[in-house]
Design a protein around this ligand. Sequence first.
Ligand SMILES: [Zn+2]
Ligand SMILES: [Zn+2]
Ligand SMILES: [Zn+2]
Length: 158
Amino acid sequence: MNKIKLNAAHDHDACIRSALTRAESLCQKRGVRLTRLRKKILELIWQSHSPLGAYDLMDLLQASSDRERVAPPTVYRSLDFLLENDLIHKVHSLNAFVGCNNPLHKHSDALFICSNCGFTDEVHSATIQQAINLSASQNRFSVKSQVLEVLGLCENCR
Ligand SMILES: [Zn+2]
Ligand SMILES: [Zn+2]
Ligand SMILES: [Zn+2]
């Protein structure tokens, strides 16, 4: 798979640029609007590979050069838009959001979250998916969505 090896020294500006370009072309293809605010929020979330909570996001928005007051419901609506379009993931265990590195992939795999630095990596694994499917069918359970968050230490923090 085209998994990029990320480490402390990687060119993160390139990550941000490609995430924003990807988001623009995806929204265009889907005929949905990546408004200035939605794009700004996506960019703030992509600031790092660590999940960002909604309140941190609002602080950052206000501190950003635009200096505009954005009401919390507006921020939440933008987050919903980004979630619906698979541009970000909600990290349920941290109640925070992280950028998706592969919005076209069927979202079914695991997030590996470093409990020390917050680095969150999205792992696409056929093995994990097969295990969930098998287990679901053994339990006559039909899977609608799944959240798999694994906490531990990243390569740099081990
Ligand atoms: Zn990066
Ligand atoms: Zn993803
Ligand atoms: Zn770490």
